[in-house]
Write a protein that binds this ligand. Structure first.
Ligand code: SAH
Ligand code: SF4
Length: 349
């Protein structure tokens, strides 16, 4: 069955049946071959460098009600917080001192941060840190708003599509949220010029292998610059509290499959993966990921940004995480890069 991996590497795609076999086979040798080819592809493009992104979770208010997420509007058991522009700039200052050259501004969908307020925050970071990339991850917005962020100096945007199947999407979201809106947002972002990230949760409630294969084809069409995939993890404060977490193994296989389909993409070994397995980040890197996203948020708010339960590293200072990650990555033969790590198209490789 190793030939499926070789065909995927060569053609950057497979048939539905072939994808299904590769994602579900019990054959460990094929799995090892998949990880090994994905790892080699990442090394060929990025060497042994892993890019760092500093995550700043600046608000846990959210007007949306995604059924899987602990920040959802209807969760009354969560103490909400917002960071001021000054507090966000403090996080950047600490991050910059520690060698971070990308800041990721992430939040729930919080209308307190109007278009103008966000632009002001982005402009302030841009003015002080001209050598850094600014990534925004604040959900669905209109064209004008995205464009304002871009013109203020943001370079990248993360918006996972979660699942491309309309039926599955409706099972994960309340009435009124549609995959079509999400897709429009993604094409809008690409069109404006953002390096755009999308992706899925692996093992989200009701997800089938067929759904995942649709996601593989959708991302082949979208050609995102970044691909975020992590296991679904239950949050006690959501209607999905009793659903099982996603599988580590399937998450790793998908990282590897995405790496072979998108050799140049920036693929993080996610916090969710680190949460579900003590060496999840390392496993992600060894399956072809090339980005890590430690937390730069102030310690006092960390526990409140609870997308899911037991999130890894919520009690660790950024400096501690930086050191810990460096040791862990060096132990598997990788190093942390202090470059911005922009997406560079190496088409033709
Ligand atoms: N509000 C923004 C950004 C914050 S949520 C947005 O929705 O895009 C960021 C990501 O966290 C989501 O895209 C989702 O894929 C992930 N997430 C939310 N709840 C999760 C859970 N229970 N398990 C794993 N990942 C989750
Ligand atoms: Fe809000 Fe994002 Fe969570 Fe949905 S996934 S409830 S939009 S924070």
């Amino acid at each position: 069955m190793r030939h499926l991996v070789d065909t995927l590497e060569k053609n950057r795609t497979l048939s539905r049946e072939e994808f299904s076999t590769l994602l579900t086979t019990d054959d460990k040798e094929t799995e090892e071959h998949l990880f090994s080819r994905a790892r080699d592809t990442a090394t060929k493009n990025f060497g042994r460098d892993i890019y760092l992104r500093g995550l700043i979770e600046f608000s846990n208010y959210c007007k949306q009600n995604c059924l899987y997420c602990g920040l959802r509007r209807d969760n009354r058991d969560l103490e909400r917080y917002r960071l001021s522009k000054e507090e966000i700039l403090e996080c950047c200052k600490e991050g910059h001192r520690l060698g971070f050259r990308t800041f990721v501004l992430q939040s729930g969908e919080d209308d307190y941060y109007t278009k103008e307020k966000m632009a002001e925050i982005i402009r302030a970071i841009r003015a002080e840190y001209s050598d850094c990339a600014i990534t925004v991850s604040v959900g669905e917005k209109d064209e004008d708003t995205y464009r304002t962020y871009y013109e203020a100096g943001a370079n990248r945007f993360l918006l996972r599509h979660e699942t491309v199947s309309p039926e599955h999407y409706r099972k994960l979201h309340p009435l009124g949220m549609e995959i079509e809106t999400r897709k429009e947002c993604l094409y809008r972002l690409k069109n404006i010029g953002f390096q755009t990230g999308s992706g899925i949760m692996v093992g989200s409630p009701f997800q089938t292998i067929d759904n995942i294969i649709d996601d593989l084809y959708f991302l082949a069409e979208l050609q995102p610059e970044m691909i975020g995939i992590g296991p679904y993890l239950p949050s006690k404060d959501t209607p999905f509290r009793d659903h099982d977490a996603g599988s580590v193994d399937l998450t790793l296989r998908l990282i590897a499959v995405f790496r072979l389909m998108h050799p140049d993409a920036l693929i993080p070994a996610t916090t969710a993966l680190a949460t579900i397995h003590p060496t999840g980040r390392e496993k992600g890197i060894l399956a072809g990921a090339n980005v890590v996203m430690p937390n730069l948020s102030p310690l006092r708010v960390r526990e409140k940004y609870q997308l899911y339960d037991n999130k890894a590293c919520t009690k660790d200072e950024a400096a501690h995480c930086r050191g810990c990650l460096q040791r862990r990555l060096e132990a598997i033969g990788y190093t942390i890069s202090e470059q911005r790590g922009d997406h560079v198209s190496r088409a033709g490789h």
